[in-house]
Write a protein that binds this ligand. Sequence first.
Ligand code: GLU
Length: 478
Amino acid sequence: MSVRVRLAPSPTGNLHIGTARTAVFNWLFARHHGGQFVLRIEDTDLERSKPEFTDNILEGLRWLGLDWDEGPIYQSQRIELYERAVQTLLDKGLAYRCYCTQEELTAMREAQKAAKQAPRYDNRHRNLTPEQRQAFEDEGRTAVIRFKIDDDRTIVWDDRVRGRLTWKGSDLGGDLAVARAAKPGEIGQPLYNLAVVVDDLDMSITHVVRGEDHIANTAKQILLYEALGKAAPEFAHTPLILNQKGQKLSKRDGATSVSEFREMGYTSEALANYMALLGWSPPDGEERFTLQDAAEKFGFDRVNKAGARFDWDKLNWLNGQVLHDLPAETLLEKLVPYWKDAGFEFDADKDRSWLLQIVNVIGPSLTVLPDAVSMSRALFVASVEYDEKAQQQLGMEGVPEVLKAIGEKLAAVSVLTEDEAKDIIKQVTKDLKVKKGLVMKSLRAALTGAVQGPDLIQSWLVLNARGLDKERLDRAVS
Ligand code: GLU
């Protein structure tokens, strides 16, 4: 049997990091087994589903490199299929029409609450007589369709991640609504659990891989498979993504959607790599890999049951690694838009070699792409502003003499090379009998307006290439 898995996002928001991680695990499992990955958009909730969310989800998956083999298949285009299944359940006597009004359901919940019982539907319309049914219909009531769930049932399955799981029918909230309210004789909009089961059967899904928040749904769905006379697929419930405090990751933790991470300057490679590590670890303990590498080693035996804590440091580290390994040309392509946005003036074609020089200076220090703006500002702007520490440094005794001496030596070279730059520093240190540290720090303050930053010699060469170093030295002296 060839593996077929699916991702079934609801387009009620942007691609969430939890859904994306589920997508990663599905994709890895499919690729590991040479199987198929199907994409299904669960857009039956017409009020909350929006096409722009679907676009965001598809774009996010593509950006992460999670290609799918079939789909996107839209549930909204398959309503008839679900209605037929509901009809089958009705015909088999496994489902019935429930005429309860909202008020009656609310009163039921209130009474349960007062009696300190868990909220559930009490199955009150399960065995209506034809006369009772007729009476409700004559009142003009609509009916939802409910699937019978017997309280004394026990549902057991072997979850690929969590091992043997057992649910009691009595913990499933009573008979399950499978279609929304509709006029007598009609079937209303089919609901989530029913549609999922019909689709997973129709699409021959072999393994349902999804977040553990769906475990209770799985118990209900297993009963639906049984009712439809079909075998259920296997299930693998992946751990939730938690913040550092162990709570469910939320907006307050910085970012929750893939597009937000992308806007923050994370690369798709690092994010995909990191998501694979959110709950899984390869047998060799390797932390840096491509999805292709991970697919070779992936299995649910190494997926944790416990929630996966989101670790920004690790993501940052991975992103830095990815950026440092990029060829300068590729990194340049990625940085140009950030520099443009920052209003830096340059011509991406004419200034190419100079821009590549900047990439080489700042590349090794980057964590996320937008870091490039603050790191390279001093190299782009016509004149720098000195920060507080730089001002202090430039005000120190002996510093003007140092800078003046550097300026004089510099005047003697036409195009500065690395060796010459080093030599100037050495000479000045010797001639003025000062510490090399003082020379370096003062030079940095004069050239970049700060006392810390990327490689000094390389920064100097970049400024020299634009003829900016001499005037900065002069200005700092005065
Ligand atoms: N549409 C569901 C969700 O977005 C997923 C259902 C499933 O994977 O079975 O949570």
